[in-house]
Write a protein that binds this ligand. Structure first.
Ligand code: MC0
Length: 147
C-alpha cells in the first residue's frame, strides 16, 4: 500500500549550489543531510510539507561521491534533473512484492538503508514507463531519533 509521495530525487552536480537555489527561490531549508556510502551519494532533504513524524514530503538533492555511483552515471548520461520518485509505504516488503507480482523488477532482493535509516527498494525504470521508482518505509521514530 502506497500512502504518500515521500520524496522526489534530483541529481545535482554541486549539492551546495542546488541547496542555495532552492533556498533563495522557494525558501526551502535543509531538514536533514547525510552521506550514504552504499549508494555513493551526499544528499540533502528539503521538507516541502508535513512534520517529522515520517509522513512528510521532501525534495531529495543528490550529489555523487563516487564516479561509479548511480547518480554519477545518471549525470554523465542525462545531466542534472529529476532522477527518481519515491513513494512512501508502511510496509516496503509487501509493497515491493505487490509490484513484482505484476512483473515489475525490483532492484534489491531485500530492502536497503535509505535516508534517516529508512528501508528502501527500487523498481526498474524500464518496467515503470521510464520512471525510476523508489519505495520507502520510514524508520520507526525511536530509530530515527539517532539522526
Ligand atoms: C537509468 N535509466 C533511467 C534512470 N537511470 N531511466 C529513468 N530514470 C533513471 N534514474 C535508464 C537508462 O537511460 C538506460 O536506458 C537504462 O535505464 C539502463 O541505464 P544505465 O545507465 O545503463 O544504468 P544501469 O543499468 O547501470 O543502472 C540503472 C539503475 C541504477 C536504475 C539500475 O541507477 C540503480 O541501481 N539505481 C538504484 C539506486 C540509485 O539510483 N541510487 C541513487 C539514489 P537506455 O534506454 O539508454 O538503455 S540513492 C537514494 O535515493 C537513497 C539514498 C534514498 O532515497 O534514501
Amino acid at each position: 500500500m502506497i500512502t504518500r509521495i515521500d520524496h522526489i530525487g534530483i541529481a545535482c552536480r554541486d549539492l551546495d549550489a542546488s541547496i542555495e537555489f532552492y533556498r533563495k527561490t522557494y525558501g526551502f531549508e535543509v531538514a536533514h543531510s547525510e552521506v550514504n556510502e552504499e549508494q555513493g551519494v551526499r544528499e540533502a532533504m528539503l521538507r516541502v510539507n508535513g512534520t517529522d513524524d515520517g509522513g512528510a514530503s521532501y525534495l531529495q538533492l543528490l550529489e555523487p561521491v563516487r564516479d561509479d555511483s548511480a547518480i554519477a552515471k545518471y549525470l554523465e548520461k542525462h545531466g542534472e534533473g529529476i532522477h527518481h520518485i519515491a513513494f512512501g509505504t508502511p510496509d516496503v516488503v509487501a509493497t515491493t512484492e505487490a509490484a513484482t507480482s505484476t512483473g515489475v523488477r525490483a532492484l534489491y532482493g531485500t530492502p536497503r538503508c535509505g535516508t534517516s535509516n529508512s528501508s528502501i527498494n527500487f523498481l526498474h525504470p524500464k518496467d515503470c514507463h521510464g520512471v525510476l521508482t523508489e519505495l520507502v518505509q520510514a524508520a520507526a521514530p525511536s530509530a530515527s531519533e539517532h539522526h
